[in-house]
Design a protein around this ligand. Structure first.
Ligand code: DX5
Ligand code: ZN
Length: 212
């Protein structure tokens, strides 16, 4: 199994203080910072673009983990690569040819992830698993932080882990001290957490409880 990593999602952090958030995350033991990019079309919500990542980059040592929830991922790749993204993950359900998107991300020297929404079966990403550096299994409907974990997703995680023992499998949505046990047992190793970390009084302890 690959290393267990915590990716702190800034979506529900104090957006008026991203520099403070970056420092808090760096000190917490979470190695990745998760950027939820929403375009108002793939999902109804709109969040932030590459300029925000570029602004945060000098204030953190974290690995910058970009989750594109956009209809046209190809329009964003170069922008996020130039802004300093370390990983760009796009949705298999978006309007694109996934193999070509992965190639383009790699051509810019960035790691590539492919994401699936809760209703999309694992079979949809099977043709791309070999090429992608990471698979992201959504454990809530994309769009908002603070939603409840969809427990049926553990079967999908199991299925993908059975296909590849070494691949990074990221889970995103509703991860806390309880649900983490289910996803880790199913084979996930990159754990996105937003609400659970940012609502805790002691983020270091919260990160430890996910790694524990
Ligand atoms: C949902 C986002 C998640 C979200 C997770 O569309 O992709 O990254 O921020 O937040 P929590 O941990 O609050 O479910
Ligand atoms: Zn996300």
């Amino acid at each position: 199994m690959p290393e267990t990593i915590i990716s702190a999602s800034i979506l529900n952090s104090d957006l008026s203080d991203l520099r403070g958030t970056a420092a808090r995350v760096d000190n917490s033991g979470a190695k990745w910072l998760h950027f939820d990019v929403m375009d108002g079309e793939f999902v109804e919500n709109i969040t932030f673009g590459s300029s925000v990542l570029h602004a945060v980059k000098p204030h953190t040592d974290a690995f910058l983990d970009v989750h594109l929830m956009v209809t046209h991922p190809q329009r964003q790749i170069k922008l996020f690569a130039e802004a300093g993204a370390d990983m760009i993950t796009f949705h298999v359900e978006s309007d694109c040819e996934p193999g070509a998107v992965i190639d383009e991300i790699h051509s810019l020297g960035v790691r590539a992830g492919i994401a699936v929404k809760p209703a999309t079966p694992a079979s949809a990403i099977v043709p791309y698993i070999g090429k992608a550096d990471m698979v992201l299994v959504m454990t809530v409907e994309p769009g908002y932080g603070g939603q409840g974990f969809i427990s049926g997703m553990t079967d999908k995680i199991h299925e993908i882990r059975a296909l590849d023992q070494d691949k990074d499998i990221e889970v995103d949505g509703g991860i806390n001290g309880e649900t983490v046990k289910l996803v880790r047992e199913a084979g996930a190793n990159v754990l996105v957490a937003g609400t659970y970390l940012f609502r805790s009084d002691d983020m270091t302890a919260a990160v430890k409880s996910l790694l524990g």
